[in-house]
Write a protein that binds this ligand. Structure first.
Ligand code: CJB
Length: 838
């Protein structure tokens, strides 16, 4: 029945009071939530109460769009992108949602009228740190772009109770503290308690022949875990599309096992509950380092199984046929962490839905696509076969069968090339068999991609060489990107307003429009405005540095920023060696002209990564000496900013003059911090690695400080027998720096502290730190020289931002949509859900 104009009007009025976007309505909504959700009145409400109330008020305004989006996606012929990722490094939601809804200013007014400062409330949010670094953050940027481009999508992952640890620095060492991000509640998630799936683990498999003579497998599990869905709405920028991030929490199927309880084995029954809950308890804090623990495999399988069961349930509930699963979903594997999905899909199809093996394999191969994120051998996931069998006995059988059939095909295609066969095998040969997850992902996917042009080329030449030879048509490159909403509009509002004042706001959704700034790059008054904003942001950061580290830094010095996970291949030690060299130059010639610089480091080290932790200690130790030396006269300062996370990254990027992207060529798959820094007007000093190559192509070689060996030269040098000691002996500055570290100059004369790090550099140096030192130091001199010419620097900075269009995650997502997913935009119209309740 059509509603009358009067009805519609009253619905709209009611809707306005419920979810209107004006300051008055927002204020009322906050007060309502303060009362009805938090049970408080303004006089006694805490800042957290206000944060919660405001967040609920914002969430209310997402729900109209979210439910309309979900409704649309339930439409049978709507294909959905399913992104499977063990990590989502989302960062705080509140400010992002205000921006995407377009109500930032109105909310500011609403909170002012309540006597609250919006920035304080935003700062109150505990960020969901459900990822380690680049890979998890990429997933978050992609969720933003998918929604903004109005692409139907679901992100699936794990609702870790404890995310990435919080880092503190004590006596210069990293200390880890638990990240209890949920302790004050999470207003952004909606628990779907009724939406759960059982996941089997362990046990054994029974085989039998059914009455029709069919061979069947029956997996008798050792335990069953329940996955409960927790949904977070992900709104696009100024669109109605609001996608879902569905994270699974593990629980015991019953609160406890009454049978065991009745027999008096209370602790056994409870431990069952504990064992189940442990699965989604904590994020493994390793970045690019495999963790061969049973719990990690359980985590991977747990979330992938829940997700695939959910997708199948959605598909079937709309009358879809299981054979046409791939018409409804395309499943993107974010690295190999969810690669077990290939075997799980086969199990669901063959064992549960009784699909014939060949057809099941065909469905599987049409559904999955795989993104590789690293070439580092230590990151390539493999599972010891015995361990694998103890967790997933049925999947081992399935993988053996996939492998047997697959290798038969390879044998025919390659005329029995044994080397090729053993390299492609999903299960390694030898006495200790391993399940190779990258091989499983490749075998079961219709598309395979790397994350930057160089990385995708290297994949084809190295780790996935044989796969490329087998199926060249499956390979492509999808250069990473980052969302300009979070990384410019939200974190650098002043620069964003300045940009918009010149070229309008179109760039926020179409980053290529930033090229409009090029015409102002030479304009002295624009340069001036640009550098004023940069200076403001540097002042803000300087204040925070003082608060957090007690180190006073000068905002007019060069802010030289090296922020990312701490890893040998990322070479924070190369940077600190340069700092020591500069320091020694000043000590040797106190009147030497030195362009003042503040070296800012931030990043977490995996708790078990000894050398990375030593790198942090080295940075903080050098800082202690340099920052206090009267001869330096504050010309150089070194800061280690603790607890690098999304919130802190948002504060650091806008203040950066120099972006350190100095990994050994061929080791950083892409990098995404490099993009965020450049967008915010920082100039890169970098190697030809990952996306640096493409960034340099875009911004122009003259606006990029290049140094170091190329990937080919690195390989060449290694094959010639690289001897780091020769470099140490040949370069007096380098020798002095290393000798000082060794002698305890930076560690209260205790030289043994850094012994392992120094030995690794002098006698192995697999990342060629010493080989690149000289060229790095020389390029750093050019950086300092360039900074002296304020106009030249401003121009380079403007041109960097202006030419970053390619690195929007919107462009990346469009590429995935066009080439791999074959899914286009599907705009959502708002629906009136309250008509029936009239
Ligand atoms: N990456 O953060 C991780 N963790 C891994 O386990 C493997 C790779 C990073 O992924 C980013 C997103 O693709 C890349 O930009 C980065 O180079 C890579 O190290």
């Amino acid at each position: 029945m059509k509603s009358s104009t009067k009805d519609t009007e009253s619905i709209l009025t009611r809707e306005e009071t419920r979810t209107g976007l004006g300051p008055e309505t927002l204020k009322r909504a906050i007060l309502n939530h303060l009362f009805y959700n938090q049970g408080k009145f303004p006089e006694i409400a805490t800042r957290n109460d206000y944060y919660m109330a405001m967040s609920f008020a914002v969430r209310d305004r997402l729900l109209q769009r979210w439910v309309a989006s979900v409704k649309k996606y339930l439409n049978a012929d709507q294909k959905i992108v399913s992104y499977l990722s063990a990590e989502y490094l989302l960062g705080p939601h509140l400010a992002n949602n205000l921006i995407n809804l377009g109500i930032y200013e109105n909310m500011e007014k609403a909170s002012n009228s309540l006597g609250m400062n919006l920035d304080w409330l935003i700062a109150k949010e505990q960020e969901p740190g459900l990822g380690n670094g680049g890979l998890g953050r990429l997933a978050a940027c992609y969720m933003d772009s998918l929604a903004t481009l109005e692409i139907p999508a679901i992100g699936y992952g794990i609702r870790y109770q404890f995310g990435i640890f919080e880092q503190d620095i004590k006596d210069g060492w990293q200390i880890e503290d638990t990240d209890n991000w949920l302790r004050r509640g999470n207003p952004w998630e909606i628990a779907k308690r009724e939406l759960g799936y059982d996941v089997k683990l362990g046990g054994y498999v029974q085989h039998y022949t059914d009455i029709n003579g069919k061979f069947k497998a029956n997996w008798i599990p050792g335990m069953i875990v329940k996955g409960i869905a927790y949904d977070t709405p992900i709104l696009g920028y100024r669109v109605n599309t609001c996608n879902t991030l569905r994270l699974w929490k593990s629980e015991a199927p019953k609160s406890f096992d009454f049978q065991t309880f009745n027999q008096g084995l209370y602790s056994g029954a409870v431990s069952d509950k504990t064992v189940c809950e442990n699965i989604s308890k904590v994020l493994y804090p390793n970045d690019e380092q495999r963790e061969g623990k049973i719990l990690r495999l359980q985590q991977q399988y747990f979330f992938v199984s829940c997700s695939l069961q959910d997708m199948i349930a959605i598909h079937l509930s709309q009358g879809g046929k299981i054979e046409r699963f791939y018409d409804k979903f395309v499943v993107q594997l974010n690295d190999t962490h969810p690669a077990i999905g290939v075997a799980e899909m086969m199990r669901l199809l063959v064992d549960v839905y009784e699909v014939e093996w060949d057809l099941a394999w065909d469905i599987t191969k049409k559904s999955f696509a795989y993104t590789n994120h690293t070439l580092l051998p230590e990151a390539l996931e493999t599972w010891d076969q015995d361990l694998f069998q103890s967790v997933l006995p049925r999947h081992l059988e399935i993988i053996q069968e996939i492998n047997r059939r697959f290798l038969d095909e390879v044998t025919i295609r390659t005329y029995g090339d044994q080397d090729l066969i053993s390299s492609l095998s999903i299960i390694s040969d030898g006495p200790w068999k391993k399940i190779r997850m990258a091989n499983l992902a490749c075998a079961g996917s219709f598309a395979i991609n790397g994350v930057a042009a160089l990385h995708s080329e290297l994949l084809k030449k190295t780790v996935l060489k044989d796969w490329y030879q087998l199926w060249p048509e499956k390979f492509s490159n999808k250069t990473n990107g980052v969302t300009p909403r979070r990384w410019m509009v939200l974190s650098n509002p002043k620069l964003s307003s300045l940009i918009s004042s010149k070229i309008g706001e179109g760039w926020i959704k179409n980053l290529d429009e930033l090229t409009g700034l090029e015409q102002y790059a030479d304009d002295p008054s624009f340069q001036q405005e640009w550098m004023v904003v940069k200076h403001e942001m540097k002042k803000d950061l300087a204040k925070r540095i003082l608060q957090r580290t007690k180190i006073k830094v000068d905002p007019s010095s060069i802010f030289d920023v090296h922020v990312k996970r701490i890893h040998e291949y990322k070479r924070q030690h190369l940077n600190i060696l340069h700092v020591i060299a500069l320091y020694n130059r000043i000590k040797q010639n106190p009147d030497a002209e030195v362009v003042p610089r503040t070296f800012i480091f931030a990043g977490k080290a995996a708790p078990g990564y000894h050398l990375a932790k030593l790198m942090i200690k080295l940075i903080t130790s050098v800082a202690d000496v340099v920052n206090q030396d009267p001869i330096v006269k504050d010309r150089i300062k070194v800061v280690f900013y603790p607890n690098y996370n999304v919130t802190n990254a948002q504060r650091i990027y806008p203040a950066a003059d120099v972006s350190e992207q100095i990994s050994t060529a061929g080791k950083e798959a892409s990098g995404t911090g490099n993009m965020k820094l450049s967008m915010n007007g920082a100039l890169t000093i970098g190697t030809l690695d990952g996306a640096n190559v493409e960034i340099r192509d875009c911004v122009g070689a003259e606006n990029f400080f290049l140094f170091g060996l190329t990937e080919e030269e690195v390989q060449q040098k290694k094959s010639e027998g690289y001897n780091p000691f020769d470099y140490y002996m040949a370069n007096p500055e380098l020798k002095l720096a290393i000798d000082q570290i060794n002698s305890g100059y930076f560690s209260h004369m205790n030289g043994s502290v850094f012994k392992d790090l120094i030995n690794s550099l002098l006698y192995h140096d697999q990342y060629l730190v010493l080989a690149d030192f000289e060229s790095y130091v020389a390029e750093q001199e050019r950086v300092a020289e360039a900074y002296k010419d304020k106009q030249r620097w401003a121009k380079m900075s403007i041109l960097n931002a202006a030419r970053m269009g390619k690195f929007s995650s919107d462009r990346s997502i469009k590429d995935y949509c066009d080439d791999i997913w074959k899914v286009g935009p599907s705009p959502v119209e708002l629906v009136d859900f309250h008509q029936k309740t009239q």
